[in-house]
Design a protein around this ligand. Structure first.
Ligand SMILES: *Cc1c(COP(=O)(O)O)cnc(C)c1O
Length: 359
């Protein structure tokens, strides 16, 4: 057996230790004689898995009792609609920051529920920087302020939050648990699991409890955040296996020193890769240095006609899924928590050798 270094943006690489543990528990979880996949979601055993996942996430991100942790289905894309559906009741508009492809999709869904105020946009410079706060025009009467702190396709990331009285709603799909955050500054955080947490099928939501009061009876039952909270995310059958795997990933993170330790490694990984790109005339990354993502590193070759060769040879070298998003082309290395420093080093070594041969 040989494992590759998988740079896919999502579904993405999972820690080998987690896969091995899941394999070991596949036929007989904790002496129950079956896998978690086969258990009733109402069983004490599964409920203990769900509660373990919540407790670990709360410890990892220092989430206090003002917040509810929900496991929601339909992917982050469904949350683009579920968020305005739940949070806009009683408001005329919602506010969105536009920093790239995922912001645009979130905005498109929100316009189906009411007026959307775009507080700032970096579209005019092709989404290569995050607009500075002085350029944000926040309407304090809107329902909430939505941001996308890591644009997975463009490779644009920011961590600072603006001063506002609005609840900040953040799509952390590709950055959750990769760096320290102060949850108490957010109204709601959500993240599709398949980037930095676990398999596809579940969205991690962290919602400030006072916002649950906005969810109206008229909402579809399974979309209603208050209803999900009241039913421990089990209005209907939740994605049990995805939640179990997420719990194993949270355990793995705890064993490694938690989010702060991960952040240190993630800084090191991204520095190594950006330095290799910046030190060369052969590779380039278009994003302003202060807005560069630690998780998704897009880059292009000076000679675009070599891209196909680069991708083919990197595959052979065991460096998989380096093609950029189909909408932008070029290359993209996604280096989430499960990507070890050695994987990034192997990529950098390959890039240097490719440049020597073709540059
Ligand atoms: C991948 C991604 C999404 C969409 O996730 P789905 O689960 O495929 O709906 C939304 N936002 C961001 C930032 C993403 O990276």
């Amino acid at each position: 057996m040989s494992r590759v270094y998988n740079f896919c943006s999502g579904p993405a690489a999972l820690p080998e230790e987690v896969l091995l543990k899941a394999q070991k528990e596949m036929l007989d979880w904790h002496g129950v004689g079956m896998s978690v996949m086969e258990m009733s979601h109402r069983s004490d055993e599964f409920v203990s898995v769900l509660h373990s996942a919540k407790a670990r996430l709360a410890r990892l991100l220092n989430i206090n009792d003002d917040y509810e942790i929900l496991f929601v289905q339909g992917g982050a894309s469904s949350l683009f609609a579920q968020i305005p559906a739940n949070l806009m009741a009683g408001y005329r508009s919602s506010s969105y920051l536009d920093t790239g492809a995922w912001s645009v999709k979130a905005i498109k869904e929100a316009t189906k529920y009411g007026e959307v105020q775009v507080v700032a946009s970096s579209k005019s410079d092709n989404y290569t920087h995050v607009p500075s706060f002085s350029d944000w025009n926040i309407d304090e009467s809107s329902a909430y302020l939505h941001i996308t702190p890591n644009e997975t396709i463009g490779g644009v990331e920011f961590a600072d939050l603006p001063e506002t009285n609005l609840p900040i709603v953040a799509d952390l799909s590709s950055t959750i648990l990769s760096r320290e955050i102060d949850v108490s500054r957010y109204g709601m955080i959500y993240a599709g699991a398949q980037k930095n947490v676990g398999p596809a099928g579940v969205v991690i939501c962290i919602v400030r409890k006072d916002l649950l009061a906005r969810s109206q009876e008229s909402l579809p039952t399974t979309w209603n955040f208050a209803n999900l909270a009241a039913n421990d995310s089990m209005i209907n059958t939740p994605p049990t296996f995805a939640i179990y795997l997420a719990d194993l990933v949270f355990e793995w993170l705890e064993q490694r020193g938690g989010v702060a330790a991960m952040e240190t490694v993630n800084i090191e990984k991204s520095k190594l890769l950006y330095q290799a790109i910046d030190n060369s005339q052969f590779y380039s990354n278009p994003i302003h240095i202060n807005s560069r993502s630690r998780m998704n590193v897009p880059f292009v070759l000076a000679d675009a006609s070599l891209e196909k060769t680069f991708l083919a040879e990197s595959e052979v070298a065991g460096l998989k899924t380096l093609a950029g998003h189909r909408s932008v082309g070029g290359m993209r290395a996604s280096i989430y928590n499960a990507m070890p420093l050695e994987g990034v080093q192997a990529l950098v070594d390959f890039m240097l050798s490719f440049e020597k041969r073709y540059g």
